[in-house]
Write a protein that binds this ligand. Structure first.
Ligand code: SF4
Length: 199
């Protein structure tokens, strides 16, 4: 649990190695125990764990790191739809680095429809060069354009799609450029604080 939300950690895998990632300096966040998975739980195990909570009292379910959840997009969609079926009022969000098209090698945006109420995409930077400099994607500078494309596509399927940036990693000028990208893509921008690691 983080605040009032229930967070689902499905994988350690990630296509990035961001300088500010909580994985760099510790293995927890928000006072949690270690988030590093010894093995990836099956979708059935994840569902069992989710349903062990009093979901009628939980307003939000969030698919997020430790790793990049879209590595297991099929499973995340399956789980989200199963939860929605039993608890239609719970808000379901996925936090992603926006690289699912590159990770899975297909146009993934339509798959988010009907599973997630919100998609939060880490923009992290106003340019491909800076993105690569701080996020070190295995896909190189190509990743940045793919993230923007994904955002523009997925907002057609999930109304609450937004970009996020970490305030401490960018200059004011860079944040202004990110706002411009957000306007051009017609995807709102959330400027968030850095999450310190648990050591
Ligand atoms: S995309 Fe997220 S999980 Fe992956 S390295 Fe960056 S901050 Fe960490």
């Amino acid at each position: 649990m983080v605040g009032e939300g229930l967070y689902v950690n499905m994988t350690n895998r990630c296509s990035n190695r961001c300088d500010f990632c909580i994985r760099n300096n510790g293995d927890g966040a928000y006072g949690s125990e270690s988030l590093w998975l010894v093995r990836e739980p099956t979708r059935e195990e994840i569902l069992e764990s989710i349903f062990s909570h009093e979901l009628e009292k939980i307003p939000e379910l969030v698919f997020c790191g430790y790793g990049e959840p879209s590595y297991r997009l099929d499973d995340a969609v399956f789980i989200a739809k199963a939860v929605k079926e039993r608890y239609p009022n719970i808000e379901i969000r996925i936090n992603t680095n926006g690289q699912s098209d590159l990770i899975l090698g297909r146009d993934t945006a339509p798959e988010y429809a009907g599973a997630f109420d919100a998609v939060s995409i880490s923009l992290n930077s106003p340019t491909p060069e800076k993105y690569q400099q701080i996020c070190h994607s295995v896909f190189g500078e190509e990743s940045f354009g793919s993230i923007l494309n994904f955002a523009k596509n997925v907002k057609n399927y999930v109304q609450k799609t937004c970009f996020s940036v970490v305030k401490e990693t960018l200059t004011e000028e860079e944040i202004e450029l990110c706002k411009k990208i957000s306007c051009e893509c017609e995807v709102p921008l959330r400027i968030r604080d850095y999450i310190p690691p648990e050591t």
